[in-house]
Design a protein around this ligand. Structure first.
Ligand SMILES: C[S@@+](CC[C@H](N)C(=O)[O-])C[C@H]1O[C@@H](n2cnc3c(N)ncnc32)[C@H](O)[C@@H]1O
Ligand SMILES: [Zn+2]
Length: 285
């Protein structure tokens, strides 16, 4: 855990500042949270969340697939948007549902003074994200509850294939900050839907995204990213295993379906990366 990232955090019990002392996060009222040996800290408190997030197997499959570079163009698009300076402020980037921290690390790497905070409800994910980049720290927290971040503390928030909580994001984002959201289109990985029984992308998703964001945010950029990747059986196994289909298919059914595919399958990657600005910043500009 980095002391500078700890300065962005709020105590999940009383909402006051947290400070890093040795390997403990402490607030002024004496609430304390241990940094795990693997470098992340859990700020989940009170009633247990009903979300458990991705399993260790899903996170390992995600790491394998992303490290092979199949989604590099998505990461580059996100990092390009983050790379545009916001005033003279050093980027403070939170990724919500950060998974392995792949996109966050790429965004942080764009500026020498950027810091990243990966939030995920999955401990297996937080363990990976804590190692994603020397300037990234990882916190276990539930995206559907109050985020353990101080008001206006971050310049950029990312939701890449992951939960979106616009109300909380508008609280933690500085007034001229950016919320960058990547969502799959109905063409994303569509070649795998029929043969493997992968979960189909909900065509209503993009419309619903617009609706959920419109109260607090104005879209200022929309970048479609679409290309084909050639996947062998191992890569197909990884992309199926890292997503929601992992819950729906038994490993045996999955393996049989993959074995029946050609040795290399051409698969469409299709997402939209959108950048939003808080409405207040637009009206006061
Ligand atoms: C589809 S993955 C995307 C991960 C990463 N953004 C990426 O694209 O590689 C969704 C992530 O959201 C996390 N997640 C699911 N529900 C969550 C919640 N309520 N709060 C925080 N994270 C959550 C999962 O554990 C998982 O790591
Ligand atoms: Zn406290």
């Amino acid at each position: 855990m980095l002391a500078e990232v700890a300065e962005l955090l709020a105590c999940p019990v009383c909402r006051s500042d947290l400070e890093l002392e040795q390997s403990v996060l402490l607030c002024s009222r004496g609430h304390s949270f241990d940094v795990a040996r693997q470098g992340y800290v859990s700020l989940v408190t009170g009633a247990a969340t009903k979300f458990t997030g991705d399993t260790a197997d899903m996170v390992a499959a995600r790491a394998e697939f992303l490290d092979a570079g199949h989604f590099d163009d998505i990461a580059r698009t996100v990092a390009d948007i983050v790379g545009e300076p916001i005033g003279d402020r050093a980027p403070r980037i939170v990724e919500i549902g950060a998974g392995t921290g792949y996109y966050l690390a790429r965004a942080v790497d764009r500026s020498d003074d950027a810091l990243g905070l990966g939030i995920d409800i999955s401990k297996a994910a937080a363990r990976r994200a804590a190692r994603a980049h020397p300037r990234v720290a990882a916190v276990v927290a539930d995206a559907w509850q109050a985020l353990p971040i101080l008001d206006g503390a971050v310049t950029h928030a990312l939701s890449i294939f992951s939960p979106r909580n616009p109300d909380e994001v508008s609280r933690v984002l500085c007034s001229d900050g950016l919320y960058i959201v990547a969502t799959p289109t109905s063409r994303h990985l569509c070649e795998l839907v029929a043969p493997i029984g992968m979960v189909r992308v909900d065509e209503e998703k993009t419309r619903r995204l617009g609706e959920s964001m419109s109260a607090g945010f104005e879209r200022i950029d929309r970048v479609p990213v679409e290309y084909a990747v050639e996947l062998d059986h191992a890569a197909v196994g990884a992309v199926v295993g890292m997503g929601p289909s992992a819950h729906h298919l038994s490993p045996q059914v999955r393996a049989e379906a993959i074995a029946a595919l050609p040795a290399v399958v051409s698969v469409t990657v299709s997402v939209v990366v959108s950048a939003y600005r808080p409405r207040l910043a637009i009206t006061s500009a």
